[in-house]
Design a protein around this ligand. Structure first.
Ligand SMILES: [Zn+2]
Length: 118
């Protein structure tokens, strides 16, 4: 089943999908969802390890979107934005915000998740 796992974390693709298991969270810097791929690499060949916590998640390694437009660590439910981000939260450490109420796993996946190259 896809959908919200907690107020903070949403499963947008299942283990058996083309993407493998993928989680999304809301990024207050980009005001958009970002995706952690856990079992299969994403379109940029990246994959993450998750600490198993849905309330205060940690993912390793860091997330780097479009070469420093958004670059951060998500650790114990806090986002540590690195200084090379190109948005207003660069260099700041913030609590991972709740997912917006209108976020729906199916819609988020279709609108934002890059397809896996065939
Ligand atoms: Zn971001």
């Amino acid at each position: 089943m896809i959908g919200k796992l907690s107020r903070k974390l949403m499963k947008v693709a299942d283990m058996n999908s083309d993407h493998g298991l993928v989680f999304a969270h809301y990024c207050p810097g980009c005001k958009a969802p970002h995706f952690f791929h856990l079992t299969k690499p994403n379109a940029s060949n990246a994959k993450w390890h998750w600490n198993g916590d849905i309330e205060q998640p940690t993912f390793e390694p860091s997330m780097n979107i479009n070469n420093g437009v958004c670059h951060y660590y998500l650790k114990w439910g806090r986002i540590e934005f690195l200084p090379d981000c190109q948005h207003e939260l660069k260099g700041q450490n913030v609590v991972l915000p709740n997912l917006p109420d209108d976020y729906d796993a199916e819609t988020i996946r279709q609108d934002y998740l890059d397809p896996i190259p065939k």
